[in-house]
Design a protein around this ligand. Structure first.
Ligand code: DHB
Length: 499
């Protein structure tokens, strides 16, 4: 009874309470104070060296969660920081906080764990981070098929980004109570998780998300972060169909990727071959010419400073932007060549005297091959994961572009533009009332066909133009994947976050 009275007095009183409470509707209310005693000690080996840390697992990061399986995070802290010791350049006050999200396919993700990668057996990014003196906070997030007990969807857009923001707020709210520096949060994610990582970095403190955060009882503090690592972001979804056909239009054979969860809830990817139908080719031909108008409207520039020029495309999709994208493939190939790789199979390259002097972009596209059927993301039958991302509590899937809505084979329900907007970092670079991450590392491999290379290149270039520190690179021949270059990733993180 006393607790219930407290609740009625208002949530401010909950802040200093250590107990779980029940509100008037009978749902549990969680305390957001970090409990330094609620840990499990762990000792493990990383590359032959002993690593000891404290594991705080399943820490619920909002007061009124809809699903604690996902709206919780695992926090790992090197043992050294409880004894006043240092790891490399870091101590309990200065250690950066590594924030990896495990989102894939815009599905819900449970909090990540530190350990060895299931496939490779090597230490995963969280464990490497601990061994290098980082505090790790690995948040879960709701996703496109999360349902509540009543069978309603509760993870549709913008749930996942709201959850990640709430996790950031928890860390900042508890900055003094926890080792690690909440002003040095570095986010990491791959694919849909890479998109969310970028969105987290682009949209800090923007008020568009406030009603959602308030409804969950997120800590009332800032949610901007310090730096972003984003692998192959599946982002800019409103423009991704056009970007895909700008790149792959004219390539009619495909190997399509099917993503599903197996019985252990692990993501499984299967490639299914096929050829576009006449109807699909017609859609590609309609989408492709819409991309130059979008690109030209952005007025992005190559490089920064006075010598840069505005990147454009003509109505056929040719022009300086295409050459600019090709220049990233060229730089990638040069790096591979310098590292002694044999590039003779890449017949779209011109190599002479140890230099990659030209890239035939159209031939590159044919060599890498199409993966998706047009429209690549906003499926006319609402068949794609992105359609499900934009569903409602009752409707599993909706459209999110006017193009697909107008041609819908599934009734044509379309997401509210305000909701679509919330999922795209491009809308927040340059927006007022927003604090963006200062440092960005964006990677999409040259063998990635899950979205057009234009998508990461446009995002990175926008950020460069806006004056941010951006490391944008397309690793040679790397397919859709992430965390494959942890040594370089952490070297970059150490450089940008050095105390
Ligand atoms: C992912 C891959 C996709 O091709 C896509 O459209 C969305 C998400 C992923 O791997 O997360």
């Amino acid at each position: 009874m006393f607790k219930r009275t407290l609740w009625l007095l208002g949530s401010a009183l909950l802040l200093n309470s250590c107990t779980l409470m029940t509100n008037t509707s009978g749902t549990r209310v969680y305390n957001l104070d970090f409990d330094a005693n609620a840990f499990r000690p762990v000792t493990t080996q990383v590359n032959g060296r002993e690593v000891r840390y404290r594991a705080y697992e399943r820490v619920v990061y909002v007061r009124s969660p809809q699903d604690t399986t996902y709206q919780s995070m695992n926090i790992y802290v090197p043992e050294e920081y409880f004894g006043g010791r240092t790891i490399g350049a870091y101590n309990a006050q200065t250690a950066p906080i590594f924030l990896p999200n495990g989102v894939g396919g815009y599905m819900q993700a449970e909090p990540g764990t530190a350990g060895n990668d299931e496939r490779t057996g090597s230490p995963n990014a969280a464990l490497v981070a601990l061994s290098r003196g980082y505090v790790v906070a690995a948040p879960g997030a709701r996703g496109r098929s999360t349902k509540n007990a009543a069978g309603e969807f509760v993870g549709k857009a913008p749930a996942a980004i709201v959850d990640l923001k709430a996790a950031v707020r928890y860390l900042r709210y508890n900055d003094r109570a926890m080792p690690g520096n909440a002003e040095r949060i570095i986010s990491n994610g791959t694919s849909a998780g890479g998109a969310l990582s970028a969105l987290l970095g682009a949209s800090g403190n923007n008020r568009d998300y406030e009603p959602y955060l308030t409804a969950l009882g997120a800590a009332q503090t800032r949610d901007d972060i310090f730096a972003v690592s984003s692998y192959c972001p599946i982002t800019n979804l409103e423009n991704a169909d056009a970007a895909y056909e700008w790149q792959f239009g004219g390539v009619n054979d495909y190997t399509r990727l099917q993503i599903a969860r197996d019985t252990d809830f692990r993501i499984q990817r299967t490639l299914v071959p096929g050829t576009l139908t006449a109807e699909q080719i017609a859609l590609s031909n309609e989408l492709k010419p819409t991309f130059p108008a979008y690109l030209n409207g952005l007025r992005i520039r190559s490089g920064s400073g006075g010598g840069s020029s505005v990147l454009t495309l003509d109505q056929n999709g040719n022009g300086s932007f295409k050459e600019y994208v090709a220049s990233f493939i060229q730089a990638s190939a040069q790096t591979a060549l310098d590292a002694g790789q044999d590039l003779s199979a890449a017949t779209y390259l011109t190599v002479s005297g140890g230099r990659v002097t030209a890239v035939d972009f159209d031939a590159y596209v044919r060599a890498v091959g199409r993966q998706k059927i047009p429209p690549a993301f906003d499926g006319l039958s609402l068949e794609n994961g992105e359609n499900e991302l934009f569903g409602t509590s009752a409707a599993n899937a909706r459209h999110f572009t006017a193009f697909s809505q107008q041609r819908s084979k599934a009734g044509g329900a379309v997401a509210e533009p305000e909701v679509v907007r919330l999922m795209n970092p491009m809308n927040y670079v340059g927006a007022t009332g927003t604090q963006r991450a200062l440092h960005w590392r964006i990677r999409t491999g040259t063998a990635d066909r899950d979205t057009s290379l234009a998508v990461p290149v446009i995002l990175g270039t926008r950020l460069i133009n806006a004056g941010y520190d951006v490391d944008l690179f397309l690793p040679w021949n790397v397919p859709h994947s992430g965390d494959y270059d942890l040594d370089q990733l952490f070297a970059w993180m150490d450089r940008v976050a050095a105390p």
